[in-house]
Write a protein of this length. Structure first.
Length: 287
């Protein structure tokens, strides 16, 4: 079943003015429930505009958006319900922290959902576990935390609403490599445990290759490709023509193929490269 579906979705900024700009045009996509999708595209391609349509932050100029088979804009008074189903984490979400304690900040969403206090507490503790922080942090002020901890608390606040779809827009922006790997690993574990849908917007092809199962490539306001990560990154020449960088390891193997080395065309992670090299070495040793 499609959890997300768009039909001829078009969005025009500043319509009817000299600054009119079409950000999405006839955007048609279906994303199945439970997928982990990486969203990639160059700056200005329409990535952020697309994800902001998924919980009603932006309204279509034309076309439809369906969440779980329901028209998001069939009744404007029902938008609140959809916003609990689709949780959106913006870049630098720690700037939106405001609670006196970490617990209060994470509880904000579940409280607005009208849940019982016992359920709110359970969700707060579960969410803080998902982002790899201990319960002792709950009574601290969020402003006493490190930058990486603040980022994780902000993500936990969205996770605590148990959305059917978790959308993250560059969730590791500004973090060091260790902090980035930690957060992405926690998001992947959350997805594997919760079995919900995760959309990860990232400029890092390595991060998409490492964590996502499918990739959606957006170019000029339209879906240019949507397939498994393996198949997307095998299309090195097409991605390069769009101005997108493929994972470094994919470029290395593309160079090897160009030099007539018999290596696979679906290598996009270091682990995959190591396995391919070991297989090649083993094959040569057996001959």
């Amino acid at each position: 079943m499609s959890i997300i579906k768009t039909e001829n979705l078009t969005h025009t900024y500043s319509q009817g003015t000299p600054y009119e700009r079409v950000a999405l045009r006839d955007f048609n996509i279906e994303i199945e429930e439970g997928e982990f999708v990486g969203i990639i595209g160059h700056t200005g391609s329409g990535k952020s505009t697309f994800i902001q349509h998924l919980n009603g932050l932006l309204a279509p100029t034309e076309g439809k958006v369906y969440i779980g088979g329901e028209d998001l804009w069939a009744d404007k008074n029902d938008l609140r319900r959809f916003r609990f189903q689709v949780g959106l984490v913006f870049q630098y979400p720690e700037y939106q922290l405001f609670g006196e304690t970490v617990a209060a900040d994470i509880a904000f969403g579940p409280t607005n959902m009208g849940l019982a206090p016992e359920e709110i507490e359970r969700r707060v503790r579960e969410a803080i576990r998902f982002v790899g922080l201990g319960p002792e942090i709950l009574e601290k002020s969020p402003f006493e935390l490190s930058g990486g901890q603040k980022r994780r608390v902000a993500i936990a606040g969205v996770m605590a609403m148990s959305p059917r779809v978790l959308v993250l827009d560059e969730p590791t922006a500004g973090l060091d490599p260790r902090g980035r790997d930690t957060i992405l690993g926690e998001i992947r574990e959350y997805h594997e445990e919760q079995k919900n849908t995760v959309l990860l917007v990232s400029h890092s092809m390595e991060d998409i290759a490492q964590h996502a199962k499918k990739a959606l490539v957006i170019a000029d306001g339209r879906p240019a490709m949507y397939d498994t990560v393996e198949r997307i990154f095998a299309r090195t020449d097409e991605l390069t023509a769009m101005g997108l960088a493929v994972p470094q390891i994919s470029r290395v193997f593309a160079g090897l193929r160009a030099a007539c080395c018999p290596v696979p065309d679906n290598i996009y992670t270091v682990e995959g490269a190591a396995a391919a090299i070991l297989n090649a070495v083993k094959g040569g040793a057996d001959q």
